[in-house]
Each structure stands twice: as structure tokens, then as C-alpha cells.
Write a protein that binds this ligand. Sequence first.
Ligand code: 4AZ
Length: 247
Amino acid sequence: IYGGTKTTAGKHPWIASLQMKSSPRSEHFCGGVLIKACWVLTAGHCVEHSAKNLQVALGKQDLKKREPQEQIFDVEKIIRHYNYREKNEVPHNDIALLKLKPVDGHCAVETKYVKTVCLPYVSFPDGTDCFVSGWGATEKDDLSHQLLDVNVKLISQRKCNAPRAYDQRLDESMFCAGNFQRPGADSCQGDSGGPLTCVEDGFYYVYGLVSWGEGCGLKNKPGVYTQVTTFLRWIKSTIQTESRSLH
Ligand code: 4AZ
């Protein structure tokens, strides 16, 4: 996260750290977001590895520490969107679901530090103030061991597809967020797959997933996010189908 600040513990209890298993410590490579006890939403471009080498850490703040509030899971299944494509360096339909492997019959247990986020059911207007959070690159370092967040505003498709911005490279599966006037607040490498959340009536909604962008914190190049509302039917039907079938 560029231009961000350290979050207080439990401010984003749905954020997940996707890690490659390795000893002595697993390595964070992408973010994710808990939408149901056994289900984490992430970016399609985050899941090129096999499920075997993957783990999902919930309830984390500091990646360098073992924390009493953390909950760690193996991944039972990776389901990437059937229309995920990378074309001219741009990921399209950049979304995937991870099914967590239950431990003693259950997945995530709700605590102050681990909670599910709401799926959005309507669009938020341009200019809405939202949050993006993650352990990705900062203006100083290529990873932050502390969870950071920053405020970004939703930007209209018209502005973000303008010649000086992304010049028609955005499709309906994407939107931009940031600040054209005052750049610097942005997601960056390592934040991918993590949540952009917007608050309404005290409820947090996962409106976007960190997907791509030209650089980080640059003028006229805001962060690009997967538009979660475009994929609501896919998310709901996939979870329903997978939860119905017994394994
Ligand atoms: C990346 O490489 C990446 N500034 C993520 C977010 C942004 C740029 C790059 C947005 O994963």
C-alpha cells in the first residue's frame, strides 16, 4: 500500500494473507478476503500455483510474528473464473475462489480479528470513499510486514478510460480507485487479490479486489480493481454448487 498507515488490529478482520508454504516461515504473495467461513475471494492472477503449496492466514496483523489471533488453513480447491484471461499484460475477469480445508470440521471461526465481509448488492457512486488494505509494496519497501490501509475514491469509467489514463484498456469487469488530483494513495504489488471495501450504514462491502495498474501512486494511473458486482452470480452459484456436493 502506497501512502498508507498501519491499521489497528481488527479493523479489516476479513483480510487474508495468501502464502506459499516454506520453512521456516511461509511467504506472503497476495491478499484475499473472507466471504464465508470456508471461502476466500482473491484475484485470478494470484492463483497460478497448485493448492498443495498454498496456505491462507486469517486474523493477521504482523506477518513476521506468530500471533495468538491468527487462523491458518490449507486450501482444498482453487476455482478461477472461467473467463480469466491476460491480454496485453492486463488481467480480465481477475477473480478466483479458494475453498479452505476445514480443521476438526470447521473453517474460519468468527472472532474480533476474523470475520466475513458482505458482498455488495448494488453499485456505489463515483467519488465514494473506500479503503484498500494489504501487506504489499510501499513507497519505501517491496513488502510491509504490518497491515496497512489507505483511503481511495471510486473513479468513473469514463475518466479512467480517458487517453491520459488507461485509454480504453478497462472493461466492465474492472474499475479504478484513487485520487486523480492528489495521487499517492494506491495499492501496489503484493496487495493483489486483497479487498477494496466501502462502508454503508456501518456495514463493510467488498466492492473490489486489487488487480493491476501502471506503477503505484502515479499521476493519472490509479489502481485498477476487479468489479465484484459483475461476478455476484458466479460467486453465489460456485459456492452453492461446491457446498452441496459431498466429498
Ligand atoms: C501488482 O503488480 C500491482 N497500483 C497491483 C496493484 C497496482 C499495480 C500493480 C495498482 O500486483
